[in-house]
Design a protein around this ligand. Structure first.
Ligand SMILES: [Zn+2]
Length: 122
């Protein structure tokens, strides 16, 4: 099995529009993932926004490298419904923007059901 860094390298090579070949990047710096001393915590905002989201599995693995550190800082969270990584606006958020409404609706209808059950006439 390939390591995460190897998978990222492969993804960059085949899918990143700013990858210039030979470890270089069109954004006028070495590619953070393909430089010789690539670190586990290497990041590239272009890659994160434009390339990575196309691959769900890789997205999860990519962010899980940071999850402890990033979750501590509150900068990213993993959605408790769909497992996607999202950027919460507040510490209390547990779900991504796509799931939040859905989850709220579900919780509300659960509450309603409970309410009706408890208030059923005997
Ligand atoms: Zn979600």
């Amino acid at each position: 099995m390939q390591s995460l860094v190897d998978d990222i390298k492969q993804d960059v090579k085949s899918n990143c529009a700013t990858y210039a070949g030979g470890g270089r990047c069109l954004l006028d710096r070495p590619c953070p993932f393909l430089s010789k001393d690539v670190k586990d915590g290497a990041r590239c905002s272009y890659y994160e926004n434009a390339v990575l989201p196309a691959d769900d599995t890789l997205t999860l693995r990519y962010w899980s490298r940071f999850s402890k550190e990033a979750t501590d800082k509150g900068s990213v969270k993993v959605c408790q419904s769909c497992n996607k990584v999202f950027t919460p606006k507040s510490n209390a958020e547990k779900y991504c923007g796509g799931c939040r409404d859905e989850v709220k609706r579900r919780q509300k209808s659960e509450q309603n059901k409970r309410y009706y059950r408890q208030n059923k006439p005997r």
